[in-house]
Design a protein around this ligand. Sequence first.
Ligand code: MF3
Ligand code: CO
Length: 262
Amino acid sequence: MISLKSKREIEIMREAAQRLKIVFEELKRFIKPAMTTLEIDAKAERLIQAQKAKPAFKGYRGYPACICTSMNEEVVHGIPSKRRLNEGDLLSLDIGLIYEGYVSDAARTWSIGQASEEALELMEVTRRALYVGMSQMKLGARIGDLSHKIQDYVESHGFSVIRDFVGHGIGRAMHEDPQVPNFGKPGHGPKLEAGLVLAIEPMVAAGSWEVDILDDAWTVVTRDRQLAAHYEDTIVLTEHGPENLTGSQECEENVNYQVSMV
Ligand code: MF3
Ligand code: CO
């Protein structure tokens, strides 16, 4: 069942998203080479609490940490650990918080210092794929229209979209209907209406889309161990079109995929 949000609910979700944006901004300044992903997790938890919010992932289906930190060939659901960040690593941060009973969910992929040309293109295509999807959020369009455009865009750049994990509706629960695949057929799936809030989250692999799950039962890696990237935003469809609640100008216009080395 798809739950459409009222103006009042959207107002709260806007506020939740605003708080999540601040968490990302502060983390981007905090992250440095040689840090462990556990240190990032601890910082994220403090930042979320400072926003009067709660981490949405902690304890979700037994998930053991506050955020997901997926590196290089890890696609999503990487568990923070004592692993240290090295220059050239790709780090995908996926963070969800609950504020006043509503969930906001977003992900970014950054490089630690200089990334390879391929990695930079992968991050750029993944971020743009999210905006390609958002541009299809029109009243009366269908989920399949959005899914298809994301897939088409990603594959036209020689990359592939992950099939085993999808985006989702979001609101009081982190995962609501409808599912939002990053692949699909135009004209298929549920119709988009005003008040629909979606977490669109392209997960893009440099090589094949096939994945494995590691023995920790969470970490999703590409089967060919090539790089992957992940972008996610919480986006509402209003009568006036889509509004990216977790997007920021920095993200849309002046993208810096690199965390600073100093
Ligand atoms: N953004 C991810 C999702 O929508 C994060 C979930 S991680 C989990 O599925 F640990 F909470 F499952
Ligand atoms: Co999500």
